[in-house]
Design a protein around this ligand. Structure first.
Ligand SMILES: [Fe+2]
Ligand SMILES: [Fe+2]
Length: 160
């Protein structure tokens, strides 16, 4: 029985699998750049083709973690804002703190840059959500009208 609400070991595994497949995608694209820089076009293409397959594997996990029937543009923006906000308020500040403690200045600088980038992304998404909220409200009304229309049609079918 599928349960997408309760935290479960399988949900955690799906999240880990999503992270792993996403990382494989980026790694293979990066490896392709290395191979190309070494003049090995054949291996570069193998990495790029495999990277594309990893995206499909990641989408498979996304389908289970974030079922399409439960998403709409507003929900997607909310989830994105939540993710980026977590990155710039909690994750990267903690990572930077550790990097400074360990005197890993390159990592500390990179984390600082990512804090700015994530903040920028969160703000961009917020702006899109604010600007589009009227449009989303209108869309909800249209969907409501369609649903009512279908319900009426169904009644007619049932009573005829
Ligand atoms: Fe894979
Ligand atoms: Fe981002």
């Amino acid at each position: 029985m599928q349960n997408n609400n309760a935290p479960s070991a399988t949900l955690k595994n799906l999240e880990s699998a999503l992270a792993g497949e996403s990382m494989a995608n980026i790694k293979y694209q990066y490896f392709a750049q290395i191979c190309r820089a070494h003049g090995d076009e054949t291996t570069a293409r193998v990495f790029e083709a495999t990277a594309k397959q990893e995206v499909q594997h990641a989408f498979g996990h996304m389908d289970l973690l974030f079922p399409k029937t439960k998403l709409d543009p507003a929900k997607c923006l909310e989830l994105a804002i939540e993710g980026e906000t977590y990155e710039y308020t909690e994750m990267y500040p903690a990572f930077r703190h550790t990097a400074i403690e360990e005197q890993h200045s390159h990592a500390a600088n990179e984390f600082s840059e990512q804090i700015d980038e994530s903040k920028e992304h969160a703000e961009q998404f917020k702006l899109v959500l604010e600007k589009a909220s009227k449009r989303f409200a209108a869309l909800t009304k249209v969907e409501e009208r369609h649903a009512n229309h279908y319900r009426e049609a169904l009644k007619t079918v049932k009573t005829s």
